[in-house]
Every structure is written in structure tokens, then in C-alpha cells.
Design a protein around this ligand. Structure first.
Ligand code: AAO
Length: 534
């Protein structure tokens, strides 16, 4: 009954027989409900997957919502930080300058406030949600100097810790609370340092102050009122859960122009927890969802067949692998950090640089019921790895000589040009985002494996996928659980009108079908679903 936030008056929930006891129960349920609500991505029209359009300009995202994301069933976009940020000359305009805020005005490398508003409106109008990457743990680096060299051209001083457009002064930072010699986080084994000291020299906001909480909440509320559906909250490990709770508690409900009354913003928190540190993801579960980095690291290891891992071992993928509860997880194959060696996960992470493996990993994630899924959409850079470290891990998006970001041109074959990779447009990935929508709500079913790297599973009677990541052919008849008929494989091709541009799979009246996948196929996997029936 009253699991939702807005059960309203206690009477409506039928708790009034024993006032004292019931009040406690009510508060419990209300709190539980409130947190549950922030776990809901509010995607529309049965759409499920989110795509991170990393470093895209607002004008390009608006166009992409209309021309590609809505027609292909993507539920939402994670955008790069929209607020005022430092601009760096050395290295030249790195992507990570946007993780160094100088204020909360909405002018950034991706465009102006008007362009941002236009994008949010146009994406919402075609049912694609916008999730903002919110950098609220810190401002720019302590070595950021002073002047007007930032994306809005407003004066700030990192030296004096003054950000007049907010305004923040040195009173609003944690300098007195941090107990390390350098003022930086020196030891991840000490939660006090991790929360009260500077992450890689970034000026650490005192989120325990009501004033700071208010400024952060105002910033987020402005975006909510503009129509965003929620936030990826950056660097949550470095903020106390109690402080975050106070900020989230001040957030408005979503804009009723596009969302049902009483909808809470979707919150997903970046906490890197691969085990081995005192701060765990669990501390943040009641506040919203959390990024499950184990999923990214482990899936890479499995697909690469490192450490003796095999696809067949993933029969109990998800909580069975020690991942967080399904209802708390946001999952991804790679993210903007670990695809270039930042953050965590290491060499196992599978990115577009290993396209064949990447497509398989993303397909696995999208076919599997675990978590809210996020697809990475990247740009190419001049990767230059020396002793395992990419010397060019800082390189920003495709840009013009003056440092402004290039727009995303679309080629006749629907791929992107000018260095934009657009993994989300790759046929195999796009079609698996659709697969996820078609099978939404169905349990995993009809598991099969060869005790090695050939596996198959279904999603009720709505979809079925078969992988061959072994070094030999797959040739097997399997129970798919699907109604009889001829289906079009959405990996080697897709259904176009009444014809199939890829392999065809015949499912008998008994649900059984024969699959043949050569280990040298361009993509060694096959997927069919209810809407790919011919
Ligand atoms: C830049 C420069 C710095 C300079 C700074 C200030 O690179 O040299 O000092 O400016 O001037 C991004 C970039 C940073 C950049 C920053 C600001 O990645 O290079 O700094 O913008 O421009 C930690 C945090 C996590 C964070 C991650 C990168 O916990 O929140 O570092 N991610 C987010 C964003 C990211 C952004 C920021 C935060 C800052 O996604 O893009 O930074 O806004 C351990 C810990 C993790 C920790 C990592 C890395 O991980 O557990 O919490 O992440 O270390 O320090 C194994 C372990 C694993 C461990 C890992 C690495 O895998 O299992 O737990 O090893 O040791």
C-alpha cells in the first residue's frame, strides 16, 4: 500500500488505530518511500537504458533526442556538468576541467543556459529524460589561480577561496576540518580524510553548513524546475551521507509539465566500491541508487577471459557475484573515467577501443535484468599508452582551434563523424537497447551454458540471446521459451519492414531453435525478441 512517497495523510494509509505506534510506522514508511522514489529513473514509454553523451554540446543532444534517441527507445541522457567551470591552458582544455566548478551559472563548454533549457525542453517533449552530472563536493583545484578564466568569464579566486557568483568564501570550505598534512586525501582507509580533505587538491566544500547546503540545493532545484529528471552525483564517497540527505531533502519534485505530480528526482551516486575500503556503497543506498563499479570491472574480466573467468560462471550474475541489491544499482560497461584509466577498474575495462568485446559486453548488460543500465558514448582521442598509463588521458572532446567543442556530424550510414564514436548508435548496441525495452519486467529464463564461454538465456517469452566467446564454433539446439515462428537476429542485422537484413532464426512450436555461431563471426552472438518476429 503506502510504499510510495505520496501516500499523503496518514489516514489514507490506514495507520490510525494505534496513534503512537502508527506514527512511528508511518514515519518509517514515509522515509522508506521517499528513498525508494529517488531510485526511480522515471523513464517513459517503457524505455529503459540511459546513455551518457559525454562532452556533447547541448544543441547536439537536443537534435539527438529527436532524431535518434526517442525513435530508438533510449530512456534518458546523462549530460556533462552544465555549470560554470575553470578553463585550462595546460594541458589544453582537458575534459576534466568541467569537474572543477567556479560557480553555478549555467554556461559551460557544452553551451549557454538558453541552449541547455532548449535541450531539456526538446528532449522531454519526445520522452527522453535528462540527468545532470552534479559536481557538489568541491569547487576548482586549489592551484586554479584567480581571474576570469572560466566558462562564464566571471571572476573567482582559488587562492582566496572566493567564488562571488555563488557566493562562497573561505568560510565555506573544509580546511579546518581536514587533518592531513597536505590538506589532501592521503589514505582511503580513513573515512574522515576521505570526506573532509581535498580530493586530488580540489577545494572541499563544507556541506555540513546550512548555507552551503542551501546553495547546492538551489543549483539543483533550478535544473529540476527547468525539467531535468535527476542527477548523477559526483564523488559521493567524499561527502557524508547525512549531508547528502539534507541536500536531497530540499530538492523540489519534478516539473509537472513532464512528470506526474509528486515525482522525486532520480538520484544516482558515484561511489567507487570495489571492496577493501571502509567506506562502502551501502552507506548511500537509502539516498538513491549507486554506481556499481564491480559490474564494470568484473564484466571486463569475464569477457576478456582473464583470471580464469568464464561466461558460464555468470549464471548467478548480479547479487550472486557480490554486487549490490538490484534495486540500488546503476550499471555500465565503462564510464568516462575508467575508459581512460581514471577512477577504478583498471585494465580489464572493455571500451570502444576493443569494439568486438565491447559490443558483447554491452549486449550482455542490456540483456540481463540486473540494475538500471547506462551506455557510454565516447569520443576518440590520441591514446598513447606507456607502461600501462595513457599519456593523453586528459584530452578533451573533438574541438576547434580555439578550444570550442565541435558539433556531432551524422554520416549517411548513421554513424558519427569528426571523432565522435557514438557507441549508442552502433546497430548491435542500439538494437540491444530496444531488446531491453521489449523484455522489460520479464525474469531471466532458460539458461544454458557449455561450462565454458558459450551461454544463452531468455527473458520470459519475450526475448532470447546466445553468446559464443569460446575459440570454437557453437552449434546447438536450445529451448528459447519463445512462441514458434521465424525471428530476425538483431545483432547481424535487423527487421526492416517485413524483411530481415541479418540471420534468421526458426523457433519451433515447442520453443526450440537451432543456433550456429562461428567464433570468427564479426559479432559472435545472436539475439531475437518479440518485436523482431517476421
Ligand atoms: C585534475 C588533475 C589532478 C589535479 C586536479 C586539481 O588530474 O592531477 O590535482 O585536477 O587540480 C576528474 C579527473 C581528475 C581531475 C578532476 C578535476 O578524473 O583527474 O583532477 O576531474 O579536474 C576517486 C574518487 C571519484 C573520482 C575518481 C576520479 O573517489 O569520485 O577519483 N571520480 C569523479 C569523476 C571524475 C572527476 C572527479 C570525481 C572529481 O567521475 O571524472 O575527476 O570531480 C581508489 C578509490 C576511488 C578513487 C580512485 C582514484 O580506487 O577507491 O574512490 O576515485 O582510487 O583515485 C583499484 C582499487 C580502487 C582504487 C583504484 C585506483 O582499482 O580497487 O578502489 O585501484 O587506486
Amino acid at each position: 500500500m503506502c510504499i510510495n512517497t505520496n501516500c499523503g495523510a496518514a489516514g489514507k494509509c490506514g495507520f490510525l488505530a494505534h496513534p503512537g505506534k502508527n506514527m512511528k510506522l508511518f514515519i518509517l514508511v514515509a522515509l522508506f518511500g521517499l528513498s525508494l522514489a529517488q531510485h526511480n529513473p522515471h523513464t517513459k514509454h517503457g524505455r529503459t537504458a540511459i546513455v551518457h553523451l559525454f562532452e556533447w554540446r547541448w544543441a547536439d543532444i537536443a537534435a539527438e533526442c529527436e532524431r535518434f534517441l526517442a525513435p530508438n527507445g533510449y530512456g534518458g541522457v546523462q549530460i556533462s556538468p552544465p555549470n560554470e567551470h575553470i578553463v585550462l591552458d595546460s594541458p589544453w582544455r582537458p575534459w576534466w576541467q568541467r569537474y572543477q566548478p567556479t560557480g553555478y551559472n549555467l554556461c559551460s563548454r557544452s553551451g549557454s543556459e538558453n541552449e541547455l533549457r532548449d535541450m531539456i525542453t526538446r528532449c522531454n517533449n519526445v520522452g527522453v529524460n535528462i540527468y545532470v552530472d552534479a559536481v557538489i563536493n568541491h569547487m576548482c583545484g586549489a592551484g586554479g589561480g584567480e581571474g576570469t578564466h572560466n566558462s562564464c568569464g566571471n571572476w573567482f579566486s582559488a587562492n582566496k577561496e572566493e567564488f562571488p557568483t555563488v557566493p562562497y568564501t573561505h568560510w565555506d570550505f573544509n580546511d579546518n576540518k581536514c587533518r592531513t598534512g597536505s590538506g589532501n586525501i592521503e589514505n582511503y582507509g580513513d573515512p574522515n580524510q576521505v570526506r573532509d580533505c581535498r580530493l586530488v587538491g580540489l577545494l572541499d566544500l563544507a556541506l555540513e553548513k546550512d548555507y552551503v547546503r542551501g546553495k547546492v540545493a538551489n543549483f539543483m532545484n533550478k535544473l529540476i524546475d527547468m525539467g531535468v529528471a535527476g542527477f548523477r552525483v559526483d564523488a559521493c564517497k567524499h561527502m557524508w551521507p547525512g549531508d547528502l540527505s539534507a541536500v536531497y531533502g530540499r530538492l523540489h519534485n519534478l516539473n509537472t509539465k513532464w512528470f506526474p505530480g509528486g515525482s522525486r528526482p532520480f538520484i544516482f551516486q558515484e561511489v567507487i566500491d570495489l571492496g577493501g575500503e571502509p567506506i562502502t556503497s551501502k552507506e548511500y543506498f537509502h539516498l538513491g541508487r549507486v554506481t556499481e563499479f564491480k559490474h564494470s570491472a568484473k564484466l571486463g574480466t569475464v569477457i576478456r577471459k582473464w583470471n580464469g573467468e568464464k561466461l558460464s560462471y555468470t549464471k548467478n550474475w548480479g547479487e550472486g557475484w557480490g554486487f549490490m541489491p538490484n534495486g540500488n544499482a546503476v550499471v555500465f560497461v565503462d564510464n568516462h573515467d575508467n575508459q581512460r584509466g581514471h577512477g577504478a577498474g583498471g585494465a580489464s575495462i572493455v571500451t570502444f577501443w576493443d569494439a568486438r568485446l565491447h559490443k558483447m559486453a554491452v549486449a550482455y548488460m542490456l540483456a540481463h535484468p540486473y540494475g538500471v543500465t547506462r551506455v557510454m558514448s565516447s569520443y576518440r582521442w590520441n591514446r598513447h599508452i606507456v607502461n600501462g598509463k595513457d599519456q593523453n588521458d586528459w584530452m578533451g572532446p573533438p574541438s576547434h582551434g580555439d578550444g570550442s567543442t565541435k558539433s556531432v556530424p551524422i554520416n549517411p550510414d548513421q554513424t558519427c563523424g569528426d571523432g565522435w564514436v557514438c557507441e549508442h548508435r552502433w546497430r548491435q548496441i542500439k538494437n540491444m537497447a530496444i531488446f531491453r525495452n521489449v523484455v522489460n519486467g520479464q525474469p531471466q529464463s532458460n539458461w544454458w551454458d557449455n561450462q565454458s564461454n558459450q551461454i544463452a538465456f531468455g527473458r520470459g517469452n519475450r526475448g532470447f540471446i546466445v553468446f559464443n566467446n569460446d575459440d570454437w564454433n557453437l552449434d546447438v539446439t536450445l529451448n528459447t521459451g519463445m512462441p514458434g515462428g521465424t525471428y530476425c537476429d538483431v545483432i547481424s542485422g535487423q527487421k526492416e519492414g517485413s524483411r530481415c537484413t541479418g540471420k534468421q532464426i526458426n523457433v519451433g512450436g515447442d520453443g526450440r531453435a537451432h543456433f550456429k555461431i562461428s567464433n570468427s563471426d564479426e559479432d559472435p552472438f545472436v539475439a531475437i525478441h518479440a518485436d523482431s518476429k517476421l
